[in-house]
Write a protein that binds this ligand. Structure first.
Ligand code: IMP
Length: 192
């Protein structure tokens, strides 16, 4: 089976992506690959950050690998927090801090449309290739649900009446930004 190192320190993401690629690809976490440390992500686009993170692993291992970068893009905030979604409320802030800041920024606003967009950068034999997934929805006025991570409790995808944090993981994976990007990655790897 093809083996790919996933350049993330986020255990939730490893779990999600491993489930999606099960039977096709062995997804190896950074810890399992013996890699430690903070991966830099200083680019100002999702694509740039995904490349930077995958390159960090490639340079250290010369093993095929991939990285993803995701942004929550809110229409009424001109696409913010976007590429800065992880540290929207400041360096080392928590998921809860980010949600509090987002709810405050949207307080009283009727346009609550938003999307999650993920870009995956796969590096094979040193060559980068990109896969993108996007899900549209809106930001709720308060938290709902306890599953998932990040902004999940306040994001309700279109055509659903529950937040991402109220969905079983397999349902979220089947419609989410990262799920769609991973599906494209899977399709590419299967076609080889
Ligand atoms: P990352 O670049 O994929 O690490 O994502 C940046 C930030 O976006 C994360 O720190 C989360 O706050 C948020 N995020 C990414 N994916 C999700 C998701 O599936 N649900 C909720 N929030 C997410």
């Amino acid at each position: 089976m093809k083996r790919l190192i996933f350049a993330t320190n986020n255990k939730h993401k490893v779990q999600e992506v491993r489930a999606a690629l099960q039977g096709h690809v062995e997804v190896v976490s950074l810890a399992e690959a013996g890699l430690a440390g903070e991966i830099p992500e200083t680019a100002d686009t999702l694509q740039g950050n995904a490349l930077q993170k995958a390159q960090w692993v490639w340079e250290r291992t010369h093993t095929d690998c991939f990285a993803d970068d995701t942004g929550l893009e809110v229409d009424a905030l001109d696409g913010a927090p976007g590429v800065y979604s992880a540290r929207y409320a400041g360096e080392h802030c928590s998921f809860d801090d980010n949600i509090d800041k987002l709810l405050a920024a949207l307080d009283g606003k009727t346009d609550r449309k938003a999307d999650f967009r993920t870009v995956i950068c796969l590096i094979e034999n040193g060559e980068p290739r990109y896969f993108e997934g996007r899900v549209d929805g809106h930001i709720l006025t308060e938290r709902h649900g306890a599953e998932g991570f990040g902004y999940d409790p306040v994001f309700m995808p279109d055509r659903f009446a529950v937040s991402f944090a109220e969905m079983p993981l397999d349902v979220k994976n089947s419609i989410s930004h990262r799920g769609l990007a991973v599906a494209k990655l899977k399709e590419y790897l299967e076609a080889k």
